[in-house]
Ligand binder design. Structure first.
Ligand code: NAI
Length: 693
């Protein structure tokens, strides 16, 4: 039998069961067994009430997802819940930190719940691609009503203790040390009669099904192609129309179907990948970040303003430095307008806004750099300008302070060479809009010290980013890979597709925005300038730009834009593309959606493989994390490398070779790593496991 992970303590006739499976108290087999045996032991010893609490940081973060792929070991969670629900004395869940997923389901099976004021409670299963699978979809609606439960379960967003009490699934919010407070509450209330969630029919009967269905439809509209939100709605609906037992059967069907599905695998791949990305191979375990209490951002343009907001939002005082008062005022005003929009939408309180605004200051005086614990530079993308600025920063910043650049294409080593502290120079590559996008590519230069990397990572974490440490190369990971799609996009248009076809296919796959619409948003002139600098051509894209169609900023690009910035296919673009086909003597044909998708994704996968060969990314999953957090890639698809593994690398190799020959795209010549893995029958995922072993 597995070791027990539950401690049994006694305070007179109030017994305490403490889940002790650090760090997050997942409900692994030893916890379930410990709870099952623990309840029996408490009853045998004549407990008057049982307090169920988490040792350490939290109540419980939920099921142990690594056990999903293994044969199930008894007791199951429902068996533990049965033991609780048939207990003749009340079992009271005492929640601090988080109660998430199976952790909250455990609490919902108890007779009552008390919580610390700072606790958060939620059912995030939907975000891992499945539905709560241990009765959460049946018990929560019986406690708080169908629509409130639906919202929590379909969005997966946790609520605060106060909100949980208001909704009706927390009985009391207790101040002070939670275990003692919960014992006192249990002693006071032990004689009371409690109605278990499963027995509560009152909230369910007579539910307004039309209102429920309308609420479900509104929530599901946001889920693009994701399946789990629909499964959640089906399961919660059953709580309103069926008995508790039959509802559990519906929930189980949804759970089993979804958890075995492709989307759930993809979502868990990204979820674990984000945690994996926080561990950098080769970084000594004892590396400590340098303390950062104040930041300085150079440049208050599109990126600098957003980056400064990230610091202010996290409560880190930040100063933005601009070249003149007018640019500074413009930059600060944009930050304010941004925050004001969030206040207007109800997502930010006026007090919190005031706090954030107070953390942000602006200046044109370079002496401000002397106060910085970290500097992030976000000025024009020009090496001469960057070098001049880094020399100045090096002279002004205190010794030991990290100097970071937000450059998206320039060589970090060249920038570092302008300083006498190259070991403290790193890239911190944010994505636009910087205050919204989660991704932070941390670029490790040749000279960057582990301490500097650890500092950038620590700062990234504090400002709520998902960090991925990458090597120094043109475009780093994300932009380098998306940059390789251009040739195939041109060819697809030339062979028969239109911009709206390509975008429709990519958006149906789940991308936030197709490549043509993205180009229009970023500005087509930027891509044209890059091609010019590199001496490459893209006949169709170049012709579009030659017509002065730079994208949204000129009202037209691949599309025509109306006053509301809605895009519309433009006959002028169609004519221009058809003309190009004629000129190149290509007979236009109907191109299947599957082919469009492949030809947009394969160039990225091939470049991703090269990025792995060169060690620019440490693991394939790091690349997937980049795309799911910075490029609007739907996490339920798992990212480009996951897509390739699922297709099988032999098929990927064959398709790459086919399209390379058919379209003359030298970039599609299969990367050596793909050739090797295809020959061995390997995968990108297994490669990382092998490396780690
Ligand atoms: P921007 O043109 O909006 O802002 C640059 C700002 O820097 C301007 O406000 C300018 O007045 C200021 N500036 C220029 N020289 C200065 C100096 N000597 N001292 C103080 N301030 C100075 O440019 P954007 O888009 O914000 O880009 C900034 C950097 O971020 C570039 O390196 C760019 O490659 C990078 N980047 C841009 C992304 C984007 O989507 N726009 C995404 C990721 C990185």
């Amino acid at each position: 039998m597995e070791e027990s992970f539950v401690e049994h303590a006694r305070d007179g006739d109030i017994h305490v069961l403490r889940i002790a499976n650090p760090p997050v108290n997942t409900l692994r087999t030893g916890v379930r067994a410990g709870l099952h045996a623990g309840i029996a032991a408490c009853l045998k010893e004549g407990a008057r009430a049982i307090v169920l609490i988490g040792a350490g940081r939290m109540f419980s973060a939920g099921a142990e997802m690594t056990e999903f792929s293994k044969p199930r070991q008894p007791p199951s969670l429902p068996e533990v819940f049965d033991a609780i629900e048939t207990s003749r004395v009340p079992v009271i869940a005492a929640i601090h930190g988080s109660a998430l997923g199976g952790g909250l389901e455990l609490a919902l099976a108890c007779h009552a719940r008390v919580a610390a004021p700072t606790a958060t409670l939620g059912l995030p299963e939907v975000k891992r691609g499945f539905v709560p699978g241990a009765g959460g979809t049946q018990r929560l609606p019986r406690l708080i009503g169908g629509e409130a439960a639906l919202r929590m379960i379909v969005t997966g967003e946790p609520v605060s203790a106060a909100e949980a009490q208001r909704l009706g699934f927390v009985d009391a919010v207790l101040d002070g040390k939670l275990e003692q407070a919960a014992i006192a509450w249990a002693r006071e209330n032990a004689g009371r009669s409690f109605t278990l969630a499963r027995k509560r029919e009152d909230r369910i009967q007579g539910a307004d099904m039309a209102a429920f269905d309308a609420a479900a439809a509104a929530l599901l509209k946001r889920s693009r192609g994701q399946e789990s939100p629909k499964g959640c709605a089906v399961a919660v609906r059953a709580a309103l129309t069926q008995s508790f037992e039959d509802g559990l059967i519906v929930e189980r069907e949804q759970f089993q179907r979804l958890v075995a599905g492709e989307q759930s695998h993809a979502l868990r791949h990204v979820f674990f990948g984000e945690r994996e990305a926080a561990r950098v191979p080769g970084m000594p375990a004892d590396t400590l970040p340098l303390p950062v209490k104040r930041a300085v951002v150079i440049g208050a343009g599109t990126m600098g303003g957003g980056i400064a907001m990230c610091f202010a939002n996290a409560g880190i005082p930040v100063t933005v430095l601009e070249q003149d008062e007018a640019a500074l005022a413009r930059g600060l005003k944009k930050c304010e307008a941004n925050w004001e929009r969030t206040v207007a939408s109800g997502k930010l309180s006026a007090e919190e806004y005031a706090k954030r605004r107070a953390a942000l200051s602006g200046t044109t005086d370079w002496d401000a750099v002397k106060e910085a614990d970290i500097v992030v530079e976000a000025v024009f993308e020009d090496m001469a300008v960057k070098k001049e600025i880094f020399a100045k920063l090096d002279a002004l910043a205190r010794p030991g302070v990290v100097l970071a650049s937000n450059t998206s294409t320039l060589d970090i080593d060249a920038i570092a060479s302008a300083t006498k502290r190259p070991e403290l120079v790193v890239g911190m590559h944010f994505f636009s809009p910087a205050n919204v996008m989660k991704l932070l590519e941390i670029v490790r230069g040749q000279a960057s010290s582990w301490e500097a990397i650890a500092t950038a990572m620590d700062v990234g974490k504090r400002i709520g980013k998902v960090n991925v440490v990458v090597g120094n190369c043109d475009g780093f990971v994300g932009n380098r890979m998306t940059g390789k799609r251009g040739f195939q996009l041109e060819r697809l248009l030339l062979e028969g597709a239109l911009p709206q076809d390509v975008d429709r296919v990519m958006e149906a796959y789940g991308m936030a925005m197709g490549p043509c619409a993205t180009g229009d948003l970023a500005g087509l002139d930027i891509g044209a300038a890059v091609r010019k600098a590199r001496g490459t051509v893209a006949p169709i894209a170049d012709a579009i730009v030659a017509k002065g169609r730079f994208g949204q900023k000129t009202g037209k690009g691949w599309y025509l834009y109306d006053e509301k910035r809605q895009r519309h296919p433009d006959p002028e673009v169609t004519a221009l593309i058809e003309e190009a086909s004629a000129q190149h003597q290509v007979t236009r044909r109907r191109i299947e959606d599957a082919e469009i998708l492949e030809r947009m994704l394969l160039p990225m996968v091939n470049e991703g493989a090269r990025i792995l060969e060169e060690g620019i990314a440490s693991r394939a999953v790091d690349i997937d994390v980049v795309f799911c957090n910075g490029f609007g890639w739907p996490a339920f698809r798992g990212g480009p490398m996951f897509w390739a593994d699922r297709m099988g690398l032999k098929a990927v190799r064959d398709k790459l070779a086919h399209y390379a020959a058919a379209t003359g795209d030298a970039n599609l010549k299969p990367a050596a790593l793909i050739e090797k893995l295809a020959a061995e029958g390997g995968t990108f995922a297994a490669m990382a496991q092998k490396k780690a072993a």
